[in-house]
Design a protein around this ligand. Sequence first.
Ligand code: UD1
Ligand code: UDP
Length: 383
Amino acid sequence: MKILVVFGTRPEAIKCFPVVEELRRRRGVQVIACTTAQHRHILDQVMQLVGLVPDIDLHLMRDKPTLTDITTDVLHRIGEVLDKERPDRVLVQGDTTTAMATAMAAFYRGIPVGHIEAGLRTDTILSPWPEEANRRIVSVIADMHFAPTTVARDNLLRENVNPGAIYLTGNTVIDALHAVRDRLALAEVSPLPDHPGLRAALDQGRRLILMTAHRRENWGDGIDAICRAARALAERGDVVVALPVHPNPRVSVPVRAALGDHPAICLLDPLDYAEFVAMLGRAEIVLTDSGGVQEEAPALGKPVLVLRDTTERPEGVAAGCARLIGLDSGRIVAEATRLLDDPAAYRAMSKVANPYGDGTASRQIADAILGAAAGLHARAVGT
Ligand code: UD1
Ligand code: UDP
């Protein structure tokens, strides 16, 4: 059985590498790892860290591409790969334009698609944008849906997806987190980024606020509000704000202009995954608009304030580890201040909860694919 696994961005690489590794261990499976390289540098960081060598690299990253550019590039180039390789199945992950356009290219050729991290939904197609539409399109095309949680499974059932095609597996991000933490433990290192200001601040006992931001719908006003909040929090004197800056110039240019000069704010180049996990471990609180970080922070017992108006990951909120706080800078500062100053509020949010999986998602996905190929519906979830 020939399986083409396609990924293009940092989070896809993080969430796909455990699946590629698992499938490569299975007998009778030929895995072709294919990257569109919708991202380049931050994708390579992940691949190098985990030793994921792509069999095919399409080098598609452009400077300031439009969504049309990415979609058409992927559609054409993945189409060529599919015509040449003729896989029995394609796997895509999540909600990026790489995932959506790859699913379409496979659909046009009648090649079945499996969707890793299926069924995440907000109630509006405009947020996150364009990801909410991307993942809904993939759901319409896919014939195997690997849902990370019961909430995601139920979303798919509500959309009349065949229950026999839905597999409740957990999210492969937890597999990735375990793998990277195991490798760190083996190496006995805690690879905090090499930034003198950050190390000095932590040595002085300042508490770490870890922030990330990159969502398209936050470009402009949202990023400005996040930067105002970061400055206000940095003024407290007892914290250091660390912000690994996303390389997208629509993010990096305004963030560096707004925050580059503050002594209690450390703007970092994108961290490799091991460094980022180490920073999560050191953080007091996490402020983010990221999808993946909303899953990792609860798994590490870190309160996470979600800098968005919607979330497709309500499980962290329900578990009490995450709060959806929007993009008003006053509210961001108030919510963070409450956690920093009120130990009871902090304790209430800092419990370790892991609604996103038990670290066996990749194994379950491989079992399901091989089971389905053998005519079995290994873990179909029913209604
Ligand atoms: C993309 C995904 C988004 C995902 C995010 C994860 C789409 C439309 N967006 O957003 O769903 O949450 O990745 O980070 O699929 N760049 C570099 N070096 C890099 C990576 C990016 O310079 O290593 C710059 C380039 O100018 C590149 C841009 O950032 O074109 C990234 O653009 P793009 O892939 O369109 O979207 P992201 O905002 O990164
Ligand atoms: N991440 C990383 N280095 C960083 C910032 C984030 O390795 O400097 C990881 C993070 O742990 C998570 C993933 O990248 O697994 C999230 O990526 P991003 O926020 O870019 O995308 P999203 O998850 O929102 O699609």
